[in-house]
Design a protein around this ligand. Sequence first.
Ligand code: PLP
Ligand code: SF4
Length: 324
Amino acid sequence: MAPRTLRSAEDLHAAGLIPAAALAAAGRVGARYSIAVTPAVAGLIDRADPADPIARQYVPDAAELVTAPHESADPTADAPFTPLPGVVHRYPDRALLKPLLACPVYCRFCFRREAVGPDGGVLGEAELEAALGWFARTPAVREAILTGGDPLMLSARRLGEILRRLAAIPHIELLRIHSRVPVAAPGLVTAAMAAALDLGKPLYLCVHANHAREFSAEAQAALRRLHGAGVVLLGQSVLLRGVNDSEAALEDLFRAMLRARVKPYYLHQLDAAPGTARFAVPVAEGRALLRGLRRRVTGLAWPTYVQETPGGGGKVPLGPVFEA
Ligand SMILES: *Cc1c(COP(=O)(O)O)cnc(C)c1O
Ligand code: SF4
């Protein structure tokens, strides 16, 4: 039988990813926030390492049940910028379309953790038509950014149809997809999926990855297929305690991206979603890490370090600032 995605505390225990002593707490976390670990991701985890940086991103922890005072269910404040279901319009020239809320894996630090999950969350036919209509009649918007959830969880046919409808709007110049699928479920990037992304307009795909080991041979092959379809590949990462909070880990991550034809775009400061405090790295430490990396690695490996302003002000670069 083909291995399947682990979706509960019991599944994780049976796979050797959590000890019996942690089962009850993980079950309580799972009742509140979705769990999913794909076979591809489970295969990357070193079960002998209690601090494994892949496991840390996906295996639930009792600490998630504690919401710190500064944490918020909507840390990026999308709600006030939602003109209609599935659309977020914060900046004049670009807007998000969220066709579904399912992801291949559920990251324990996710900023949309109160919204994402496998149940429901797919825009109905009428809602999708309304959202596409909004893009068509909003000429200031030049870029449609598909996110969610993860758009590559849609069938190639369905995703292709949405992309073609958007690309047909004269004022839409660029399409963008944010996805974890190429690293977390590379098998979903089929030839049919790559073909569906080969459009008459530029498509940028921003792949979310936080550790060099996520660029497995399968992930690299998936990214190669996308690149072959003319997709421009960017990388986005979150600075995470215990995952990539050292110069060496960041260097390895950005070099792994470049080897996979992925240009590091953003390194995100962690958003204060509920129960994510164990991943927080202070901004001063993030700046020092990047400062240390600057001379050490090619300029191509350098992402912009950004933070969402609480209250919906949008992303701002955090530096570091250098004296010339
Ligand atoms: C992050 C985000 C974007 C994309 O921002 P870029 O800086 O262009 O990558 C667009 N709209 C919303 C609402 C966002 O949160
Ligand atoms: S893939 Fe993105 S949206 Fe999905 S759980 Fe991870 S961080 Fe959240």
